[in-house]
Design a protein around this ligand. Structure first.
Ligand SMILES: Nc1ncnc2c1ncn2[C@@H]1O[C@H](COP(=O)(O)OP(=O)(O)OP(=O)(O)O)[C@@H](O)[C@H]1O
Ligand SMILES: [Mg+2]
Length: 246
């Protein structure tokens, strides 16, 4: 792990501890050591396979497995959110699941503090970037980018499509040759298509969970805390509360 990433990881873990958050769904730092030539090493806990690998090898997720996986992923993102951070690179490769079904968010290389005074963060993977992030629109709320990315990841892992859900092109995120509204219209079309497929495969609540996370207007999009309260998760709340996960 690069030195900067290592320091960032320590800051994040400290903020989570200060805000009383649980790290159940975050890859935790196990130890730090100084190697030869003064290099720092960070030992992270092993989180299992990432969702991209897992869904490619074992097939798309469905039913209780899908629900539990994304409840925990939303919980991990909410832990970061409550500690004042956004991950900025939520996608299947950066969410891990072990053989017991425990989910952990990893790769904090792009994570930043949610700071209204800072310009819009534009790092991350284009296919999972929200419209306001793709276009760096500073007059939009900046704290809903992880929610959008979680929605895209949810649909991808459930539908098992080989390609990412949102057809983001270079002229949307690099040079902005395409006007913002045209890009939003294209993403909206893809969103509708994925919604219909999800409704057919996983039902109304799962499709609505995706829909609420990929709302183009960040003011209307679910926050990570609201995502946990979505009716899709109603039937698992009780068991998770009993085991103390939330
Ligand atoms: N703690 C962990 N436990 C298990 N697998 C992990 C862990 N951390 C990372 N991985 C695996 O390694 C991959 C790459 O790690 P990570 O996402 O942290 O780095 P990265 O900056 O994205 O690296 P790269 O660009 O080389 O993919 C992840 O997608 C995941 O499959
Ligand atoms: Mg990664």
């Amino acid at each position: 792990m690069r030195k900067k990433e290592c320091e960032q990881m320590i800051r994040i873990q400290r903020s989570i501890a200060e805000t009383g958050g649980n790290t159940d769904n975050i890859v935790n730092l196990v130890a730090l050591s100084r190697g030869k030539s003064n290099k720092k090493y960070a030992l992270m806990e092993y989180g299992g396979d990432d969702l991209e690998y897992s869904s490619l090898h074992n097939g798309p997720f469905s039913g209780d497995k899908l629900k539990s996986t994304f409840f925990q992923a939303a919980n991990g993102i909410n832990t970061l959110f409550k500690a004042g951070y956004q991950h900025h690179d939520i996608k299947p490769e950066n969410i891990l699941i072990n053989d017991k079904g425990v989910v952990k968010i990893c790769d904090f290389g792009f994570a930043t503090k949610i700071d209204e005074t800072e310009p819009m963060v534009r790092s991350g993977s284009p296919g999972y970037m929200s419209p306001e992030k793709l276009y760096g629109l500073t007059d939009y709320p900046k704290d809903k980018a992880d929610s959008w990315a979680l929605g895209c990841t949810f649909a991808e892992i459930c539908l098992g499509d080989d390609t990412v859900i949102m057809p983001v092109t270079r002229d949307m995120y690099l040079d902005h040759k395409m006007p913002y509204q045209d890009a939003v219209d294209i993403l909206k079309k893809a969103r509708k298509k994925a919604y219909r497929k999800l409704r057919k495969i996983e039902g109304e609540q799962a499709a609505d969970f995706f829909w609420a996370l990929t709302e183009p207007d960040p003011d209307k999009r679910l926050s990570p805390s609201e995502a946990l309260e979505h009716p899709y998760f109603d039937d698992i709340h009780t068991s998770y509360k009993l085991t103390g996960l939330v």
